[in-house]
Design a protein around this ligand. Sequence first.
Ligand code: HEM
Length: 489
Amino acid sequence: KAFPSRKRLLPSPLALPIIGHLHLLKPIPHKALQRLSRRHGPIFRLSFGSVPFVVTSSPETAREFLRVHEGSFSNRPSTVAVRYLTYGAEDFSFAPYGPFWKFMKKLCMTELLGTRTLEQFFPVRHEEVETLIRWKSREDKLIDIGEELTRLASNIISRMTMGKRCSGTSAEAGEVRKMVDEVGALTGEFNLQDYIWFCKNIDLQGLGKRLRDVQARLDAMMEEILKEHEETRKKQVSACGPEATTRDIVDILLDFVEDERAKQRLSREGVKAFILEMFTTGTGTSAGVIQWALAELINHPAVLQRLQNEIDSVVGTGRLVEESDIPSLPYLQAIVKETLRLHPSGPLFTRESTEECTVGGYHIPANTRLIINVWAIGKDPNYWEEPLEFRPERFMLGEGKSSEVDVRGQYYQLLPFGSGRRSCPGVSLALQVIQAALASLVQCFDWKAGTGKNCKVDMTEAPGITLTFAHPFVCIPVARDLPFLSVYA
Ligand code: HEM
């Protein structure tokens, strides 16, 4: 009679020797996993090589994992690449749930990414958005909007973390961005060492060598950045004390390296790992959402027109829209939610269990890796009418009010930022950047996908684990007739 339900085996497709189910993930893993969930149900088991995974694509099961069994699933699985690049998990995203992670989480919420820091850096974000819209001279020319938006997001993160842009002026900061791209490519590559047991210690693909090389260059550069900050801090202390307004995130972190009496101290490696993490988690993600939103707006001119009307009526035609206008722009908020539903930057996120538990009647052993298919959850027909349609109105309650369903992890049918204690600490920053940049682009320009009549943006997704366009997204901004735009010409 003991635990009959715990003996139920999770459904699983037929596996191949050695590779398990890896062949089933092609070409686009989140789509392949959605198809498998239609056949095997809301929760099923896969093996990637010799590593077991549980996959869910349903809001109810996601809730069970992330809320009911949050305590069991509070770790994140690591990979060879992550271990190389994070000094053996001295970072935050991959730190096991425990005192160090708790300390970093508190620091993120109160200082690094908290309200005060976000307010302090409002002028930085506004200036970068102003730089973004200086396109008047390039009217009627196709532009690579992805490039512009990546620059915007990287410059914001760069100025917040180390006090300088990472494009244009400083060679060092520009190097950071290049290396972050390299890191993104390396961590996105499938590494046999992570999944095939007999390859564990053999670097067949040569990835280990490339990782060691990038890590050494990154470390040297981060060390430079830290030294520069330490020098400036010494000078400030010997002059009149550090000025609160000029402190960036490296400064806040260095306080915890230098303060010998602090309860929890940070290592220099911890600081370097966190800076890299800010770039890897915070730039491509936000830039990607703005691109997908703009592409949807170009393909849905009536939605674009309604958003322009909303902005014009709230902001007027005499100034650029600002972050403080966002609460009065419910349709803008609805468009961003709808974009995150259809095109979440992280279509899949992972966790790992530390204890056994029972989910959906199935026994899940400790040390099981979990994949939450955020992309599929946002398209679950039990929650979303016509799930594949771009319809921001679904997030409006009428009378110009937005629906209470938000993206911060309380509604399990919409999880672009995850949920619970390990959910994304950058959600507020990301939403401010995405909403303000999108609003400015739409306020200042009309948008065309090309020179032909009724040109549409091709929304096909590229193969791989990140959500990117299969074909380069280029478009034409045409400046609107607004008096204040002459300032930005
Ligand atoms: C559109 C933008 C973004 C999206 C869609 C996004 C999405 C996510 C998701 C799905 C997770 C995993 C959540 C979970 O396990 O429940 C995550 C974690 C994380 N994100 Fe974001 N993110 C974005 C922007 C940012 C920004 C701007 C930052 C910081 C600058 C950031 C920093 C992090 C960190 C540090 C974690 C790990 C948290 C932990 O393990 O405790 N993200 N993000």
